[in-house]
Write a protein that binds this ligand. Structure first.
Ligand SMILES: [Zn+2]
Length: 500
């Protein structure tokens, strides 16, 4: 026995063998091109061509059955994708050899018809098991709940799962007539159908996430796993929160690999030397300088580059300082709210959701592409006519969590997070110091996403409103050009907690 153990050590790795390898990405967000990040030390990361080369080498080294999965939010978010409504990304993913992708909430940003067109162009299957027609209670035709994949004699079932809060994150026109249900109950029939197919493994690709900054990890995908059993689901590929997740909940491994193709997951289903099976999982960075970019994917990306370049490189403004999303109130949010208020003269206030502010900005020349990445959704700036009383309700919602999850322009709000929800706003004053009057009607500017009830602002939906015709991106671009250069954004807090 002892000798055998020593021999095994002496030989290095005992005879663990990988049976199946799942390579995964999530929240690609149209990131066809590599780029450097604050954390990458000047090195290029990601890009579709480097991603393909990296996944190919991870697949080759395994000498096993390999499946490539995506946790959703694949298309929305970069000019090279948005200018063609995601078509370029589908082409790249087809070449990358994706097997299945979860439908992310942002997949619906251009409407169901556009999504269906992209699905038709995809060589891989899109899956979503927990979205239903609100009238019939059935899954809509485009929402295929699961797919059976087969490779090298291994049959694997892959079930799609969308964020149960998708309704609030999708523009109301795109999500009309759809409801999302959460948890095991929403997919029970699918789990039953999959069981009857007797796959070797069942995987959920969930566009639903978690954070693991402090352990245990928390988030909706953890809540989902807590309702499942490792005999029915053996792996979850997660997404949506752009975080690094590599954890195990109730015996089910969960993996998420940040976002934008900057990282990818390797989930190995292994057979150990003692005959038992298990998982070995890691998340790796997609260093673009470590591989030779795949030439087929590079040709696809290059085809779309000229369309983007002229627009992307246009200079918009000069920035003096870094504008970082730190805490719940920051200068960049104030700046965006100010820009939306400035679209039409006579607009009293503006409100912007923190979740719609998608990147930090750094000192120096700001290009149109920087602003595009900051506000990629093409929301229409809309004006709403609202009483001071109604505005208070909006502000109460904004501090519901005990912190301000929005930015405002034209006013300052003092709030007391110790008070009950709905009674926290202590004072609302216009920038000139006059109090906001309950019975007076004001004009509030905001994105059509918020106006139609996004981020929980349902109280705005039925108020008189008018679209300005200007996108949030154009509003910001025009506003920045008018400011004195270099731009010094307004840093003072506008939501002020009375608790020091
Ligand atoms: Zn998402």
């Amino acid at each position: 026995m002892l000798l055998a153990a020593l021999l095994a050590v002496g030989l290095g790795t005992p005879a663990d063998s990988t049976l199946i390898r799942f390579l995964s990405i999530n929240d690609f967000h149209g990131s066809l091109e590599p780029r450097s990040y604050g954390w990458s030390g000047g090195r290029q990361v990601g890009g579709a061509a480097a991603l393909k080369a990296t996944l190919d080498s991870a697949a080759a080294e395994c000498r096993c059955a390999v499946f490539r999965l995506d946790g959703g939010d694949q298309m929305q978010g970069a000019l090279a994708s948005n200018l063609v409504y995601g078509r370029s990304v589908i082409e790249a993913m087809n070449a990358i050899g994706l097997d299945a992708a979860a439908v992310g909430n942002h997949e619906l940003d251009w409407g169901i018809d556009t999504l269906r067109a992209r699905m038709r162009e995809s060589a891989y299957g899109w899956i979503a098991a927990n979205v239903f027609d609100s009238v019939s209670g059935r899954r809509p035709a485009w929402a295929v709940p699961y797919r059976m994949l087969e490779r090298g004699g291994h049959r694997v079932a892959v079930i799609g799962y969308m964020s149960a809060r998708s309704k609030a994150m999708i523009s109301s026109w795109a999500g009309a007539g759809l409801v999302w249900r959460s948890g095991r109950g929403a997919i029970r029939d699918v789990l039953d159908a999959v069981r009857r197919e007797r796959p070797e493994l069942t995987v959920i690709v969930a566009h639903e996430g978690a954070f693991c900054d402090s352990l245990p990890c928390r988030g909706e995908v953890v809540d989902l796993a807590l309702e499942l059993d490792s005999t029915e689901v053996q792996l979850i590929v997660s997404g949506h929160t752009h975080s690094l997740v590599n954890t195990v909940v109730r015996g089910i491994p969960i993996v998420q690999s940040r976002s934008s193709g900057t990282a990818f997951g390797i989930a190995d289903y292994i057979r150990r030397s003692d005959g038992s099976t298990g998982w070995r999982i890691r998340v790796e960075t997609t260093w673009a300088d470590r591989v030779t970019p795949d030439s087929v994917v590079e040709a696809i990306v290059a085809k779309y580059r000229p369309m983007v370049d002229r627009l992307a490189k246009a200079k918009v403004a000069l920035l003096r300082d870094s504008l970082l999303r730190r805490g719940d109130q920051f200068a960049l949010g104030n700046l965006i709210a100010d820009a939306q208020r400035a679209v039409r003269p006579g607009t009293d206030f503006a409100i912007m959701n923190n979740g719609g502010i998608r990147r930090d900005l750094y000192p120096g020349q700001l290009t149109y592409n920087d602003l595009f990445e900051l506000q990629p959704f093409g929301n229409n700036v809309t004006r709403v006519w609202i009483t001071g009383r109604g505005l208070k309700e909006v502000m109460e919602h904004a501090v519901r969590s005990g912190r301000a999850n929005f930015h405002i322009s034209g006013l300052t709000v003092r709030y007391d997070p110790r008070k009950p929800v709905g009674e926290r706003v202590v004072e609302m004053r216009r920038t000139n110091g006059t109090p906001v009057r309950a019975d007076r009607t004001y004009i509030l500017a905001l994105s059509d996403f918020l106006q139609t009830g996004g981020d929980g602002l349902n109280m705005l939906r039925d108020l008189p409103n008018r679209r300005t015709g200007s996108t949030d991106l154009d509003a910001l671009s025009a506003y920045l050009k008018r400011l004195r250069q270099p731009v010094i954004p307004p840093a003072a807090k506008r939501f002020i907690s009375v608790v020091p």
